[in-house]
Design a protein around this ligand. Structure first.
Ligand SMILES: [Zn+2]
Length: 292
C-alpha cells in the first residue's frame, strides 16, 4: 500500500467521476510535527522544563517544514461530480455558488467574523491564504479503510480502534462529516496505513487531494509504530497522533498554541476548545482563497 501511494498519487481520486490524476491538484502534507522531535518534546515536558526548552531549541522551525504547493491556477479541470453534488445536496448552511465559492472578499469577511477563539488565521498563513475542506458528508459518510499492521513490529491490535475513535472524535466536534469504516481499500475515500517507522523524523503523515474549488476529494494517513530512532510508540501516543493527523485530513494545519492537538509538537491527547472552534469555523465556511 505504501508503494501504491507513492507510485499512484491518485490512488484515491474520485473514481465515480472518472477523473484522472491530472485533473486533480494533489497536495502533499509532510508533517514532521508529530515526529520524533515532537514526541521527544512531549515526553520531556513531563520531566523537565529545561529539557523541554532544549528540545524546542533543537527542533526545526515550523516554517521550514515542507508545505503544500499552491494549486495551479491554469488548466482548469472538470469539477468532481461527487464533491459538488454532495456539497449542495446535504443541506449545508454554507451558501456556495455552483462552483463552491463565494469569492475572496466574502470569504475574508466571514473568516474575520468567526476567527475569535480559533487558529484559522494561522492556517491561512500556512496555506497561502486558502482553505480546503471536505464537502458535507453526513448522509453519505466518508468511507475510511484502516489497514491491519499485524505484520509490523510494535503492532497492537487495539490500534485500529484508536484510529476509528480519532475520526469519531472529530466528527463529534461539530463537523458535518461522518465516517464509515469499510473493509476494502478500493471502496475508500480515506486510507489509513501503518509503517514501523519513517526514514525522516516524523511519526505521522497525511496527504490529501483537492479539486480546483478547494474541496478535498481524497486522503491518506500513514502512522508509524516507532520513532525514527526505534523507540516504540504506545497506545496513548498513537491515539494523539491519529487525532492530529485526522485534523490534517479534515483541512486543519498547525497552530503555535501547544494546548491544541494541532500544534506542531503535540503534548495533549484530546481536542481543545480552540481545535473544536477552528474545525467548526472551517466547516461553516465555503472552501477557497481569501486572495483577490
Ligand atoms: Zn501536523
Amino acid at each position: 500500500m505504501k508503494n501504491r501511494v507513492r507510485e499512484r498519487p491518485d490512488f484515491d481520486a474520485p473514481k465515480k467521476s472518472g477523473l484522472s490524476f491530472r485533473e486533480i491538484f494533489a497536495i502533499v502534507l509532510v508533517l514532521p510535527l508529530f515526529g520524533f522531535i515532537g514526541w521527544q518534546f512531549y515526553e520531556q515536558n513531563r520531566e523537565s522544563q529545561e529539557e523541554r526548552a532544549a528540545a524546542a531549541a533543537a527542533s526545526r522551525p515550523i516554517q521550514d517544514l515542507p508545505r503544500p504547493a499552491p494549486a495551479p491556477t491554469t488548466a482548469p479541470a472538470p469539477l468532481p461530480n461527487e464533491a459538488n453534488t454532495i456539497a449542495t445536496a446535504g443541506g449545508n448552511a454554507v451558501a456556495t455558488t455552483a462552483e463552491g465559492s463565494v469569492g475572496s472578499n466574502e470569504l475574508r469577511r466571514r473568516v474575520a467574523l468567526g476567527a475569535r477563539g480559533t487558529y484559522i488565521n494561522e492556517i491561512l498563513l500556512t496555506r497561502d491564504s486558502g482553505l480546503a475542506r471536505w464537502p458535507e458528508r453526513v448522509l453519505n459518510p466518508l468511507r475510511v479503510w484502516v489497514a491491519n499492521g499485524s505484520s509490523l513490529s510494535g503492532w497492537d491490535p487495539k490500534y485500529p480502534d484508536r484510529v476509528r475513535a480519532a475520526f469519531e472524535t472529530w466528527s463529534l466536534a461539530g463537523v458535518p462529516v461522518k465516517f464509515t469504516f469499510v473493509r476494502d481499500s478500493a471502496d475508500a475515500d480515506v486510507v489509513v496505513q501503518w509503517v514501523e517507522k519513517f526514514d525522516s523524523p516524523i511519526t505521522g503523515r497525511t496527504l490529501w487531494s483537492r479539486d480546483r474549488n478547494w474541496w478535498i476529494v481524497s486522503g491518506s494517513i500513514t502512522l508509524a509504530l516507532h520513532h525514527t530512532t526505534g523507540e516504540e510508540l504506545d497506545e496513548r501516543a498513537i491515539n494523539a497522533i491519529a487525532l492530529h493527523e485526522v485534523g490534517h485530513l479534515l483541512g486543519l494545519d498547525h497552530t503555535a498554541d501547544t494546548t491544541n492537538i494541532m500544534t506542531s509538537r503535540v503534548r495533549v491527547h484530546e481536542l481543545s476548545g480552540s481545535d473544536r472552534a477552528t474545525i467548526r469555523l472551517l466547516y461553516a465556511l465555503p472552501p477557497g482563497s481569501i486572495k483577490n
